[in-house]
Unconditional design. Structure first.
Length: 338
């Protein structure tokens, strides 16, 4: 849950979009377990959120490196921002200095050395060196979670952890799981709904650059445990619905199935699939997600599950009822809910 300084950000409402009868209804978030069909399998992302925003200096200029992901060889991809604070919307932030291979950026307890460049000048690959201690302790001493201008106050790292947060893989909170408390998970299981988890490195929701935003989401790592792969296979065999909590879960499952000829197998991989109107999910039949505005990248992802006219009606309903659209906003359940 969020700190007491930001209680107004917490969404408490639910909009249901039934792709069978095209019905749209609203209720409180506490009704979510009642709206998921009994016998369904619900899969959640248990990734914890990293302090992915690192502020420092480069040749006397303010700079922020915002992590986007990492490679196995310990190189991290980062997005460059110039001067600005959390009160400055991402799209209004200065682009920052242009870095070259070998340049060093000083970030409190870390030094970042540029090892590779992307085609876009604001994306770089860096290697971190801790000033003292280990990399992980230095990262947590140096970084903060990605901030949001609408929050109006700084957000602490514990604000962006879900109830099931485990391994720190995500650079932004896998926010679809935010309203699912342990009490709600218990209600799900009490109704005969199976619950499973996977780990997916949820990436940035926005870069502030139209060219880069068109590439979102970037490639993201995932890890599907053996027990979750078995649960998915069992649900498919029994023709039970599989509900993903968040588009990161959809990308992990569908990418895995695509790589294994339609079968979900345990293990790690890279999610490269892009969800859109032209992509038909093969495994996932429903989705718990946040509410996003038409035209956003997340809106395009939802079109993999919902016809455009029904999605437009849902957006109008959410707007009419003043539902919230940010990371701690209200929740949408979409799919075959009958």
């Amino acid at each position: 849950m969020l700190a007491s300084s930001t209680p107004d950000l917490l969404g408490k409402r639910l909009i249901l979009v039934n792709t069978v009868d095209h019905a749209i209804s609203t209720s409180g978030i506490e009704d979510l377990p009642l709206r998921i069909p009994s016998g369904a399998l619900i899969v959640m992302n248990d990734s914890a959120t990293l302090p992915a925003s690192l502020s420092g200096a480069y040749e006397g200029q303010d700079i922020e490196l915002r992590l986007t992901g990492r490679r196995k060889d310990a190189l991290w991809q980062a997005l460059i921002f110039g001067e600005g604070t959390y009160l400055t919307p991402t799209e209004q932030r200065a682009t920052g200095p242009q870095l070259a291979i070998g340049d060093c950026v000083h970030l409190k307890a870390l030094t970042a050395t540029v090892r590779a460049l992307e085609s876009h000048r604001r994306l770089v690959w860096v290697e971190f060196t801790p000033i003292e201690g280990t990399f992980w302790s230095a990262l947590y001493a140096s970084g903060t979670p990605v901030q949001y201008a609408y929050a109006q106050r700084p957000i602490d790292l514990w604000n962006v952890q879900t109830a099931i947060a485990a391994r720190p893989w995500s650079v932004e909170m896998p926010s679809a799981a935010r309203p699912l408390s342990w009490e709600m998970v218990q209600k799900l299981t009490d109704r005969g709904i199976a619950v499973a988890t996977l780990t997916h490195a949820a990436g940035l929701s926005s870069t502030g650059d139209a060219q880069l935003d068109a590439r979102l989401p970037f490639d993201e790592a995932y890890d599907i445990p053996d027990r979750t792969a078995r649960a998915i296979r069992d649900a498919i065999a029994a023709q039970r619905p599989i509900i993903a909590v968040g588009t990161s879960v959809v990308r992990a499952i569908e990418s895995n199935a695509h790589q294994h000829h339609g079968q979900v197998r345990p293990g790690r991989g890279i999610a490269r699939l892009r969800l859109s109107q032209s992509f038909a999910p093969q495994i996932v039949s429903g989705l718990v997600t946040g509410i996003h505005e038409p035209g956003s990248s997340h809106w395009e992802l939802l079109r993999a599950f919902v016809q455009s006219d029904l999605l437009q009606r849902a957006a109008l309903t959410a707007k009419r009822d003043h539902m919230r659209t940010h990371e701690w906003g209200d929740t949408c359940l979409v799919g075959a809910l009958s």
